[in-house]
Ligand binder design. Structure first.
Ligand code: HEM
Length: 503
């Protein structure tokens, strides 16, 4: 009886999963074959690839080729992966009202620090918060941040000079893990802008701020489970009490924020950073405003730190990796920097010169094409009546049910031979819109685009001004992404040799 019962159960489970995973087929939507019970994310679940690689594989799957979209299953969730650029534009920009939030959700009640930031917040909360922060990241404001970035760029220069000196008095080169180096630089920048603090990571690489930024990205099983639930089972976030950050990170960030706000309120100092804005909001906003909710300020600052330091430092790292592998491109870039330095004052470049260098821009754009740090985007269909996709369906008319997540593989689009793009000024104009999305697009596109780009350029300038980079025995011959990292990161680190050859 027992064996019979078990077999019956297995048979019923098998029939159920065949029916469940046939969902898209029944709707006449092309669908990638799913693995029983786990859908299309089996490699991600087993830790064999990262989020970015998993979505790229689905983008490139046989069922998806030539289609505007393809049905996928993220475990038991029915989801669509969009491929057609014109459809992507509709979802991200033109029909934003129907896709105004991301699918991921964290526990809105228990996780006050994780749920109130711009990335995770749902439309109503997002709209109010976005209005407050958008001006801070506008072009004029970012230009004013240049002085601070330069100051930290000089500290990066000094940090590298100390590395060279530590390699021996007559040393002309040293080897280094580059992600660590660029993360020290980008953490110092965002800590200063978002927390108004001199984190001093470049001067003391084991400074508490840096330790916390490493801690927040540690791939601990509990964190991975929470992230997976937030992104793919958001309805269970409440029951699982998901938290975006660890308790230690939350404690540290709250303590830092309280301390800075008290100090600043007492001193009345103006630093043109987020703390100035927070104090103004505290005074001026009506009592019902979102800004008076518990943890509102620290939630914003902690997220900006997370969003800002890892993405920019990844890009600096991949840029140096590619330059080491392609000496001719590195030489041309260093020549451009050298020529610009001739017109600069005492080894410095001003904002307009640095941001206007065409070849530097070309290199950064190409690196972001090959290695978009946030390698996939998502939105959730929030229209009560669903969303009509019939214009894009080849078979039956299709209405996307409300609550369905849609994904975009940025890595897949960027590496698609059919939509290959080049960044030389004369070729840029020929790009098909929505095929290059390192910063996403639409109202929920990256708020820190200008700052992120400037940070990358400043970092590369202060490194390449003094050093040429080369591969070393520990450099990965082929790039492989770390399966446990959310932002694209090289597996095992990116080691390079820095040769002291000042421009
Ligand atoms: C190379 C650097 C960066 C890259 C590649 C990047 C990429 C992205 C991407 C792809 C998104 C999602 C966009 C979408 O869903 O359409 C995003 C969102 C966001 N990023 Fe960035 N980012 C970078 C730097 C920064 C910096 C420096 C900051 C601020 C300090 C920042 C703040 C944000 C915020 C607040 C959001 C959420 C926007 C919203 O939902 O309204 N990012 N970023």
């Amino acid at each position: 009886m027992f064996i019979f019962g078990l077999l019956l159960l297995l048979l019923l489970a098998w029939i159920w999963q065949r029916w469940h995973f046939g969902y898209w087929q029944r709707l006449g939507v092309p669908q990638t074959p799913a693995t029983p019970f786990v859908g299309n994310v089996w490699r991600l679940l087993r830790g064999c690839c990262c989020f970015g690689d998993q979505f790229r594989e689905l983008y490139e799957s046989a069922a998806a080729k030539g289609e505007a979209y393809v049905g996928i299953h993220v475990l038991h969730n029915h989801a669509l992966l969009l491929r057609e650029p014109a459809l992507i534009k509709r979802i991200l920009i033109e029909d934003f009202a129907q896709f105004s939030s991301r699918f991921e959700t964290t526990d809105a009640i228990g996780d006050t620090m994780g749920s109130q930031n711009l990335f995770f917040s749902k439309y109503e909360m997002w709209r109010e918060t976005h209005k407050i922060f958008a001006p801070f990241f506008a072009a004029g404001k970012v230009r004013h941040m240049f002085g601070l970035l330069q100051q930290i760029g000089r500290q990066l220069e000094q940090h590298m000079a100390r590395q060279l000196a530590a390699s021996g008095s007559s040393a002309t080169a040293f080897e280094l893990e580059v992600k660590q180096l660029s993360a020290l630089f980008s953490t110092d920048i965002i800590a200063s802008l978002a927390f108004g603090l001199e984190a001093n990571c470049l001067q003391q690489p084991d400074a508490e701020f840096r330790r916390m930024c490493i801690e927040v990205n540690e791939p601990r099983p509990k964190r991975l489970l929470h992230l997976f639930t937030m992104f793919f089972f958001p309805r269970c976030s409440r029951q699982l009490r998901t938290h975006l950050y660890s308790e230690e990170y939350e404690r540290f960030m709250r303590k830092s924020m309280n301390w800075v706000m008290e100090q600043r309120a007492a001193s009345g100092e103006q630093r043109h950073d987020l703390i100035d804005i927070f104090l103004q909001l505290q005074r001026n906003q009506p009592p019902e405003s979102v800004v008076h909710r518990r943890d509102f300020y620290v939630a914003q600052a902690a997220f900006l730190l997370l969003a800002g330091f890892d993405t920019s430092s990844s890009t600096i790292t991949f840029a140096l990796y590619e330059l080491a592998r392609q000496p001719a491109i590195q030489q041309r870039l260093r020549q451009e920097l050298a020529a610009a330095l001739l017109g600069g004052v005492s080894g410095e470049l001003d904002y307009d010169t640095l941001s206007g260098l065409p070849y530097l821009r070309q290199v950064v754009d190409e690196v972001l094409r090959l290695y978009p740090p946030t390698a996939f985007l998502d939105r959730c269909c929030n229209a009560k009546a669903g969303y009509d996709l019939s214009a894009w369906s080849r078979g039956k008319p299709l209405r996307l049910p409300p609550g369905t997540p849609v994904y975009i593989s940025v890595l897949g689009l960027h590496r698609d031979e059919q939509v290959r793009k080049r960044f030389a000024p004369e070729q840029r104009a020929q790009h098909q819109p929505m095929t290059y999305l390192p910063f996403g697009a639409g109202p929920r596109g990256c708020l820190g685009t200008l700052l992120g780009l400037l940070e990358i350029k400043v970092g590369l300038f202060y490194i390449l001004k003094n050093y040429r980079v080369e591969s070393c025995p520990r450099t990965l011959p082929e790039m492989k992404f770390d399966a446990k990292s959310f932002v694209l990161t090289a597996a095992g680190g990116t080691y390079l040799r820095f040769i002291h050859e000042p421009l």
